[in-house]
Design a protein around this ligand. Structure first.
Ligand code: GLA
Length: 384
């Protein structure tokens, strides 16, 4: 694919481009905690989005999507949101931010393509935003730090894609490291790389190939529900600014003051934050069995308390629970479709996939896809 964006670029523009790779991410544990200032444990993955860039002397910039065989003409002076093509909005949001910071861009040509399935919970949108801003930063020597770019990419997602996401996806795409996950404190943005020594185990994604339409509206609803919880809890405990500050004892003390749904949302977040901290200890000790149990527990909470799972995801996790060779499994990302992440013995991948695919097809009439993922590095220039 690296070659295909490059060769397409040369075919279209007849010049040698700068090549950028921007990865997607998985999340081992810590879901829906990032926008509550909590902990997450993601990793960038080897799959991602590739870009080819070069400056141009035209009066506009031209972006070509190899996947959709579609051009978009971008006016650097008017990066307003568009209806079509939807993918252009990630780039327009970035250009808007760069203009707002008074950074000077020149026109450019760009070709991009990716091997990340979209809507699978693997953050293809963060990869688009991060790869694009990284490429412009390199090309025009804008002097942006990785943290600047992470925040600007998140801004684009909030304001041009309409999802009030946390910081995890953009952070992972930018800061990933080969063979490592990392634990990120979303309050301080302190992070620690954790070597992923999985021995005979491997990370397998099972893609439901469904994306229920309520995904982004329900995502924003969950944020509001968490905020409602904070408002109630902070009446009794004024030191509480976000759900990160809430202990199980505080939450119990406030249970009677809040509607059951709000209580469940808060309970999930408080428990999930604790799980991430404990899971990082498991990983450091090499206790994969204990780590895997936390993945199952996280899924249970996401499904029953936070209610962001769906029948397809629950079913795939149920199949994983029944397999002795899978230590843990859970949905990843925002939810309502996308992938489950399975910590599976490498010798069992083939057998599990064969039976899971057949069972999933019988139950839902849908084909399941799968990917073995390897933790990879963050956005970078590709040198061949
Ligand atoms: C999406 C968001 C992230 C995070 C996850 C849930 O991927 O973009 O910020 O909130 O959902 O953990």
């Amino acid at each position: 694919m690296k070659l295909s964006v490059k060769s397409k670029f040369i075919e279209l523009y007849n010049s040698e481009p700068l090549i950028i790779h921007a990865p997607g991410r998985i999340n081992l544990i810590g879901e829906h905690t990032d926008y509550n200032n909590g902990y997450v444990m993601p990793a960038a993955i080897h799959m991602g989005v590739q870009f080819a860039f070069a400056t141009s002397h035209h009066t506009h910039s031209l972006i070509y999507s190899l996947k959709y065989d579609q051009f978009y003409t971008l006016d650097l002076n008017a990066p307003d949101k568009v209806e079509n093509p939807a993918w252009a909005n990630y780039f327009l949001g970035i250009v808007h931010q760069l203009n707002a910071k008074g950074l000077r861009l020149e026109n450019f040509n760009c070709v991009f393509d990716g091997d990340l399935p979209t809507g699978a919970g693997l953050s293809s949108s963060a990869a688009m935003e991060c790869g694009f801003i990284f490429g412009l930063n390199e090309m025009f020597q804008l002097g942006l730090t990785q943290f600047d770019m992470i925040h600007m990419a998140q801004w684009a997602e909030h304001n041009y894609a309409g999802v009030k996401c946390g910081i995890m996806d953009q952070f992972s795409s930018m800061m990933g490291k080969d063979n490592h996950a990392f634990m990120l404190d979303c309050r301080s943005l302190e992070y620690e790389y954790l070597p992923l020594d999985l021995g005979n185990y491997t990370l397998l994604l099972c893609d439901t190939n469904v994306k229920h339409s309520l995904a982004s509206s329900e995502y924003n609803t969950r944020r509001n529900e968490c905020q409602q919880g904070v408002t109630i809890i902070s009446k009794k405990f004024p030191e509480v600014k976000t759900l990160r500050d809430v202990t199980p004892v505080m939450l119990t003390a406030c249970q009677q003051d809040m509607p059951p749904v709000i209580y469940n949302r808060c309970r999930f977040v408080v428990e999930e934050n604790n799980r991430v901290v404990e899971a990082s200890r498991d990983l450091k000790k090499g206790d994969l069995a204990s780590f895997g149990k936390k993945m199952f527990a996280a899924h249970d909470g996401l499904s029953k308390l936070y209610e962001v799972s769906c029948a397809e995801l629950d079913y795939l996790v149920q199949l994983a629970t029944a397999s002795a060779d899978i230590l843990g499994a859970r949905m990843i990302g925002g939810g309502f479709g996308g992938c489950t992440l399975n910590l599976i013995h490498q010798n069992s991948v083939g057998t599990f996939l064969e039976s899971a695919r057949a069972a999933y097809r019988t139950k839902f009439g849908i084909e399941m896809s799968s990917y073995i993922v390897k933790p990879g590095k963050g956005v970078s220039v590709v040198i061949d």
